[in-house]
Design a protein around this ligand. Sequence first.
Ligand code: LHQ
Length: 262
Amino acid sequence: MAEETTILYSVATGVAIITLNRPAKRNAFTPTMLQALQAAFTRAAEDETVRAVLLTGAGKGFCAGQDLAIFDGVPSPARVREVVLDYYRPLILSLVGLPKPVIAAINGVAAGAGASLALACDLRIMAHDASILLAFSNIGLVPDAGASWFLTRLVGYSRAFEIAALGERITAERCLTLGLTNWITGADTLGEDALARAQQLAERPTLALGLTKQSLLQATGQSLDEILLLEAELQAQATATADHSEGILAFTEKRAPLFTGR
Ligand code: LHQ
C-alpha cells in the first residue's frame, strides 16, 4: 500500500474523520504515516468548517503502535530517541494542541503508541470487543508517546503501573470501569455511534471547547492560583465569541442555542 493512503481524511457535517489505514499490520505506525497523521491534525485544526475530529482505525485493529518491522532488528538507542522525539512528540503535541474536540473510535486493539494516541484524545468510544494494551513492557520498553502522562491522569499511579507493567489487554468493559473510555458500544454500531457523538460535539461552541481543552489539560500540572488566572484569561476570550452572545440570547429567549463555532 502506498504511504499516502495510510491516513484517510474526509469531512462530514462538521466532523473530520481520520482513519489509520494499514489494516494488514493492525495500522502500525511507519514514520511517513506519523507525519501524514500530524498533517491531518493540522488540516482539521485549520479548516473552519471542522468542529470535531473522529479518529479511528481500518480493519480489525485501532493501531498496533510503532511498526517494529521497519527497524530490521533492534534499533539503536539513538534511532529510537530520534523517532520518539521527532515523530511521536510533535504528533501528540499537535493532537492535544488541536483546539477542537477529538474523539477516538476504538474499533479493535490499541497497542503501544496506538494506546498512547487513543489516550491522548479528549474522548474515547470503544467497541465491545476492542481493547487497550500497554504493550511496551512486553518487549522490554517503557510507555512513550505520552502514555505515562495520560494514563496516570486517567486512572492514578497504581493502576497505571499495573497496566503498564503487566502488559495485559484491558477489555472495553474494564476500560469503562477504570475511566479509560467514555462509552462502549457494539462492534457493528461503533461507526454510527462515534459519528453521532462527534456531530453532537460539532454543534457545541467550538472555540469555548478548544479553550476548555487548554484549561483542563493544564489543570493537573499547575497550582490552583495559576489555574484561576488561566481561567480568567480564557473566560475573557470565550466572552468575545459569537457563540457566547448566542448562548446568552438563547437563554433569555428560552430556546436552545444554535452555535456556529465562531
Ligand atoms: C505488526 C505490529 C507492529 C509491525 C502487528 N509492528 N507489525 C516507539 C518508537 C520506537 C521504538 C519502539 O517503540 C515505540 C513505541 C511503541 O509503540 S512500542 C510497542 C509496539 N507495539 C507492540 O509491541 C504491539 C505488537 N503487536 C501485537 O502485540 C499484536 O500484533 C496486536 C495485539 C497489536 C494485534 O494482535 P492480533 O490481532 O492477533 O494480530 P497479529 O498479531 O496477527 O498481527 C497482524 C499483522 O500485523 C501481523 O503481520 P503478518 O504479516 O504476520 O500478518 C503482525 O506482525 C502485524 N503487526 N503489530 N507493532
